[in-house]
Design a protein around this ligand. Structure first.
Ligand code: ZN
Length: 248
């Protein structure tokens, strides 16, 4: 896989000996690749990503993998808050309100190739390819509801959520009973936290709770507004069950 390496970002530091464990997918929300390169390489902006993929599928390598790029900001995943130290950040030249408001097939093709390469090199688990909105659900929406997660799961790069059998649903319900968790809201929050999401303060703060639900819907249901009222309970249980069975 060929990268464009002539642009480099000065915005990075050391990973503090942390192992690379996650891949975080973003969109730039900028006009085009040129603007994105200039933004991500400007010292004053204090942001960067390891890779940027253009609409025509070119892959720019802006920060070497071995360094800590600055793309996650305030974030949280599986009890870890310094996400930059343990992740690779990939920006996509996409803006929901711009002319570049489509994830082109060439872009997604390059993204998949890059993920395959990184996954192999750093032994990254299928559950560890995340949206910026997964690790910062209270602040971020990218890569947004149009991002083709389905295409990544068809290519077996991320978890493919299989429907549960009746017996499996029963096992989950018994598991909750065993742990004395009876309210639906508590079950939802517990599953969120076991998957990795930031649930600190969510139970008592309905605004945060709703943001978490919304981030989840964007990512896993790929439709935010249509089924605003539909409970995600069944989807979450299914997710958790599949998650527990996936090791790589
Ligand atoms: Zn982002």
């Amino acid at each position: 896989m060929k990268y464009i390496t002539k642009y480099k970002s000065p915005n990075y530091n050391s990973r503090n000996n942390s192992k690379i464990q996650l891949i975080i997918i973003h969109y730039t929300a900028l006009k085009n690749t040129l603007d994105a390169v200039s933004y991500l390489c400007k010292k004053e902006k204090k942001v960067s990503s390891h890779y940027l993929i253009s609409q025509n599928g070119s892959v720019y390598n802006l920060v070497d993998d071995k360094f800590r790029a600055w793309h996650a900001g305030q974030a949280f995943w599986q009890e870890i808050t310094d996400i930059n130290s343990i992740s690779i950040g990939i920006e996509l030249d996409y803006s929901p309100s711009g002319k570049n408001n489509k994830f082109s097939p060439k872009m997604i093709n390059s993204l998949k190739k890059l993920i395959i390469k990184l996954k192999k090199k750093y032994k990254i688990n299928k559950n560890s390819i995340l949206a910026h909105s997964d690790i910062a659900p209270f602040r971020k929406k990218d890569p947004g509801k149009k991002f083709p997660w389905q295409s990544l799961s068809s290519s077996k790069l991320i978890l493919n959520l299989k429907k549960l059998k009746k017996i499996e649903i029963k096992i989950m319900e018994q598991w909750f009973d065993m742990h004395n968790i009876h309210s639906k809201k508590k079950k939802i929050i517990l599953v969120f936290s076991l998957i990795g999401y930031d649930t600190r303060g969510v139970y008592k703060n309905s605004k945060l709770y709703n943001k978490l639900i919304s981030a989840y819907k964007i990512r896993y249901l790929n439709r935010e507004d249509k089924i605003k009222k539909k409970s995600i309970y069944n989807d979450l249980i299914k997710h958790f069950f599949n998650y527990m069975l996936t090791k790589n």
